[in-house]
Ligand binder design. Structure first.
Ligand SMILES: [Zn+2]
Length: 289
């Protein structure tokens, strides 16, 4: 395998989830010449308080494309599944298997199956189900099986039942935080309309008239999640990066999956931080029945 060109596939439930989970890493890896693809498993057409679903879906595709351009992504696919209605159905399972096989990534990043949002849980389930089926020749036989079995992992969340997120690898994103902020800023319908409304702020537009006001809000409200990871996982950061860890303010963290190709935490860290250093992807050891 050509180690200079790794492929990363982020499958989130809604257009903006991949940006939150992997935006900083995406920018860093794209800058190094690697291929990063974002996929939203739904079109996000329920994420607003007064827009009509069809118009919202169209707007969210445009927001995703703007973010992709800023992040240097290879592609930002928005699948035509309705928001709030995603199921781990047989049809959707085949769709996710097709997406993964066609991109043939080294690493797939998604949600964990414990999450407040039904679409996030369904997306996680679909990705978990696909982790094995992408290798089965008689399943969706028209789409070729990738040469290498991908590694699977989950991005950070704060849920604790049935198990808290395990930060196997923490990636400092301080050097690209302004670009991540600019990517989030593209999702106007979400970060400046729907999410403030959900937070109970129905006067957001009037109180955030300028672009500077909006960016300050994004930094305070949404990059707080990355600051929280840096603070919460400081001891892991020190183990992984030594004393330089104390200065890190923004982190994206990832939990290695027991499904898909199995690699060590060290190999996982290299795949996320310094993919050019990995000599061979190999087939790894498989945990299978
Ligand atoms: Zn979401």
């Amino acid at each position: 395998m050509n180690t200079s060109n790794r492929k990363y596939l982020v499958i989130g439930a809604h257009p903006d989830d991949p940006d939150e989970i992997f935006g900083g890493c995406a920018v860093k890896l794209s800058k190094l010449g690697h291929q990063v693809t974002f996929v939203s498993a739904t079109n996000g057409d329920a994420g607003h308080f007064n827009m009509q679903p069809a118009a919202l879906a169209k707007r969210r595709v445009a927001e995703a494309q703007a973010s992709a351009k800023i992040g240097g992504l290879a592609e930002y696919q928005v699948l035509e599944n309705h928001d709030g209605q995603l199921l781990p159905s047989l049809e959707n399972r085949a769709q996710i298997v097709r997406v993964i096989r066609e991109i043939a990534p080294d690493l797939v990043i998604s949600h964990r199956p414990c999450d407040y949002h039904a679409d996030h849980r369904a997306t996680a389930q679909l990705v978990q189900d696909a982790a094995f089926l992408i290798r089965v020749p008689l399943y969706c036989p028209a789409i070729p099986i990738p040469a290498a079995w991908p590694v699977f992992c989950s991005g950070w969340d704060g849920f604790r039942q049935p198990a808290a997120f395990r930060p196997d690898v923490c990636v400092a994103i301080d050097d690209v935080i302004q670009t991540k902020l600019a990517m989030l800023d593209c999702h106007v319908s979400q970060f400046y309309e729907w999410l403030p409304w959900l937070d109970g702020d129905q006067d957001f537009e009037r109180s955030h008239r300028t672009q500077a006001d909006r960016l300050a809000y994004l930094e305070e409200r949404w990059l707080e999640l990355n600051r929280r990871q840096a603070d919460q996982y400081r001891s892991q950061l020190r183990q992984q990066q030594g004393e330089t860890a104390d200065a890190i303010r923004y982190v994206e963290s990832f939990e290695l999956s027991e499904y898909g190709r199995q690699i060590t935490v060290q190999e996982f860290a290299a795949l996320l931080r310094n993919p050019g250093s990995i000599k061979s992807s190999g087939s790894g050891t498989a945990v299978q029945q």
